[in-house]
Write a protein that binds this ligand. Structure first.
Ligand code: GDD
Ligand code: MG
Length: 397
């Protein structure tokens, strides 16, 4: 593919935040005459390079009662060499949706000669493995893994590590276009190939997110992402003393990381998860607070924001859902020790004017699942390794 070269990079301590890079063309051909790196501000990422990263990548698909057709489409879009890991919190009793998902995945794997993992979030063995690891905050009052996409992500990334992968990407199951999924993963690979540090993250920005209102309207910025990005930028500006609008992917649900970085970050419950990742990166590696990872600071963190060619269309879940997303997302910034008074005021005024927070109330503290590196991953692995094959889609359940 051809992608804009990382022309503008802002630094926040040891974090290198790259400005948005657009995909210029989805394909760059097989011929090997590669233009000099960065010529005309465009980089060619060869098919070989993309494939070499896909081979090292697990794609975690969190799902909860999504339409089976959408789920199937998403799976069909993930490049062949990636290991698909489905973490499902779908219904099992009344209608066994989990069974339907497993069957769909099994069929896909049989037809296309690939392997995938599928795990139910309430699997008792997984809960036991988490207990062994001391990951108690991940468990609910019944001793099973709590509900939530973010808790599903934690299972997914630990399984990716167990399966020996180096990178992990997250793609929602409610995406209408399989072709977009293919592009997200290729963009993850492109980002990783440009990273200088082993600690790296790629966040996807959609070129358009169409809305149907009379005709089809190709909207670029949602209200939630616009506000979240503004508050992030206020936080950075107040810290560095230079106004900026570098953050454009504060809420990016579609994102990927090297496992080395993924292990160092906490995972906040609900829609706080993606903003919290950024907040934690700034806290740990931004240089203004003491870091637990001086070694990592030497390498730095490479953050990429890549704008897709494909538009994004997913299931719409209503206005209350958006208010919740805004509130929980902004709470992560509000409660950060990095957050200055001015940014706090901005957050409160935005939340109140968008009716996401009652007057006189403060944003609630996010619920954090500790970074995986702080629990006993070895115990998790020891418990899960012999069971790994039972989670393969091609295994008879
Ligand atoms: N495993 C699991 N467990 N998956 C879940 C759960 C759960 O408890 N709850 C939701 N999911 C799955 C959904 O089925 C979907 O595939 C994905 O997680 C995202 O959930 P949605 O409910 O569709 O979220 P959204 O579309 O409103 O928000 C998405 O985009 C936001 C930013 O644009 C999410 O990716 C957010 O995390 C993101 O901030
Ligand atoms: Mg969705």
């Amino acid at each position: 593919m051809y992608i804009e070269s990382p022309r503008y990079t802002e630094r926040f301590g040891s974090v290198r935040i790259n400005d948005v890079q657009r995909v210029v063309a989805l394909d760059s051909g097989l011929k090997s005459e590669i233009p000099p790196h960065g010529a005309m501000g465009v980089v060619k990422i060869s098919e070989e390079t993309i494939k070499s990263f896909e081979d090292k990548m697990a794609i975690v698909v969190p799902t909860r009662n999504e339409k089976l057709k959408l789920f199937e489409g998403v799976i069909s879009g993930v490049p062949h060499d990636c290991l698909v890991i489905v973490i499902s919190n779908s219904e099992r009793d009344h209608i066994d949706r989990f069974r339907m998902e497993s069957d769909t995945l099994n069929q896909m794997c049989r037809y296309t000669h690939r392997q995938a993992l599928i795990i139910h979030q309430k699997d008792t063995k997984v809960a036991e493995a988490m207990k062994q690891a001391g990951y108690h905050e991940l468990l609910d009052e019944n001793g099973l893994v709590r509900d939530g996409k973010s808790e599903g992500m934690v299972i997914g990334l630990l399984m990716a590590k167990l399966a020996g992968k180096e990178y992990v990407g997250f793609v929602d199951a409610d995406n209408y276009f399989p072709g977009s999924v293919l592009e997200y993963v290729r963009n993850f690979a492109a980002g990783f190939s440009m990273a200088k540090s082993p600690y790296t993250m790629v966040r996807i920005l959609w070129q358009y997110k169409p809305k149907i209102s009379g005709g089809l309207y190709f909207r670029k910025w949602g209200r939630v992402s616009e506000t979240t990005n503004r508050c992030f930028n206020s936080l950075i500006s107040s810290s560095t003393g230079f106004e900026t609008n570098i953050i454009k992917t504060g809420n990016a649900g579609e994102h990927a990381m090297s496992l080395k970085l993924a292990e160092l970050l906490p995972y906040a419950s609900g829609y706080a998860v993606e903003p919290q990742e950024l907040v934690s990166i700034f806290e740990q590696f931004g240089g203004s607070l003491p870091s637990n990872y001086v070694d990592v600071m030497k390498h730095g963190i490479d953050l990429f924001q890549i704008e897709t060619r494909n538009p994004h269309l997913h299931e719409e879940k209503g206005i209350e859902h958006l208010e919740d997303m805004l509130l929980t997302g902004l709470s992560t910034i509000y409660h950060s020790p990095l957050c200055d008074e001015e940014t706090k005021q901005l957050i409160i005024s935005q939340l109140r004017s968008q009716k996401a927070l009652n007057p006189r109330k403060k944003p609630p503290k996010p619920y954090l699942n500790r970074p995986p590196c702080e629990v006993n991953i070895r115990e998790f692995t020891k418990f899960m390794e012999p069971l790994l094959k039972t989670y393969f889609a091609l295994h008879e359940h």
